[in-house]
Ligand binder design. Sequence first.
Ligand SMILES: N[C@@H](CCC(=O)N[C@@H](CS)C(=O)NCC(=O)O)C(=O)O
Length: 211
Amino acid sequence: MKLYDFKMAPNPQRVNMFLIEKGIEVPTVEINTRERAQFQESYLAINRISQVPTLELDDGTCIAESMAICRYFEGMQPDPPLFGNNVKEKALVEMWSRRAEFMGYLPAADMLRNSSPVFKDRGLPGVPGGVPQIEKLIERGRNSMDRFFAHFDERLGEVRFVAGDHFSVADITTFVTTRFASRVEVNPPASCANIARWLSEIESRPSAAAV
Ligand SMILES: N[C@@H](CCC(=O)N[C@@H](CS)C(=O)NCC(=O)O)C(=O)O
């Protein structure tokens, strides 16, 4: 088994954080997307859309998409459960993971990819011919991030972890998103005391070192 990884990229970081929480070690191959390694012929055979991470199983099956990889490991090693303990928890983990991705991760990615010189002509991931940056997406991303922080602060005023009483993959996505947004100097406002409380708890977990 091999994990095609890029330690500084947020989606691989989600998988790495998940693996540390599970106590699972997997050999990795670094695909440096800044050096366009995702577009090499050899990697195209692993992931046709030139994105990281991808997990290659011993039988040659390639599983891409961070959450699909995490679900594979959840099935192989259910403890500790990170996708919820029962039907209700599983649904809540799904709900909050999707909100973290759509309200937080995607706008943060829009902001970075459409503003940073490093992402010039890389407005979307995995497109070999390039995608031009669109300046208007920066402001739209910032507005979405404001809504994301306000909504998650309210949530974390009611519960200890994003999906409820237990640490889950929803916390992983929310944490990686928060760190990712800080790269474009977008941080939770000082008024978000509940996010601050939750962040200090997540930062104290050994898995936070993956981010
Ligand atoms: N939906 C995919 C997204 C994967 C993705 O966007 N990966 C980025 C790194 S975080 C990438 O491969 N970027 C390649 C590029 O910039 O061309 C997942 O959840 O794994």
